[in-house]
Write a protein that binds this ligand. Structure first.
Ligand code: 5GP
Length: 142
């Protein structure tokens, strides 16, 4: 029992150290207690079906598509991290533009002529992942 309890404590403290090491490595903001799903997608810890990538923006297929083409666009750099549209400031408002421009470039490269762009804003607005992301939906298939 004593051994099991201490094993458990060791495992927890090891997990925390690894998490802390990842924060340092990937620069997760200090105010965050744990990385979101999309932090893990950016770091490669969780795989995604990537369809667009630049130095600053990543576009990948939504795992539960609500349209024939449903892509999520997110900013990759730590300095561009914003949990939600509701947290946008004068320093980060350009991030929304970055995502919209990426979506437009993606559509143009894919020859998609019509699409819908949306942000779910806050839990009451249907937002589940608190890492700013732009939904790109089109009735046209990739
Ligand atoms: P939100 O509701 O926060 O605006 O959008 C989050 C989106 O992430 C949802 O449309 C959901 O289907 C998608 N999603 C949730 N988990 C995963 C995942 O593990 N991989 C991918 N590619 N998309 C995910």
């Amino acid at each position: 029992m004593f051994w099991q309890k201490n094993q458990c404590r060791f495992a927890v403290s090891r997990t925390n150290s690894l998490l802390f090491a990842r924060f340092i490595e990937f620069g997760y903001p200090a105010f965050m207690t744990e990385p979101t799903l999309f932090h893990k997608i950016v770091s490669g810890e969780i795989p995604c079906d990537k369809v667009y990538e630049t130095d600053e923006v990543l576009g990948f297929k939504d795992i539960h598509p609500k349209a024939p083409t449903h892509i999520l666009f997110i900013a990759k750099k730590e300095e561009h991290f914003v949990p939600s549209i509701m947290d946008i400031t004068d320093e980060t408002h350009h991030v929304t533009c970055m995502l919209i421009r990426a979506a437009r470039e993606f559509a143009s490269k894919q020859g998609i002529e019509g699409y819908k762009l949306s942000f779910n804003c806050g839990a009451k607005g249907g937002q589940e992942v608190f890492y700013l992301h732009l939904h790109f939906m089109s009735q046209e298939s990739l």
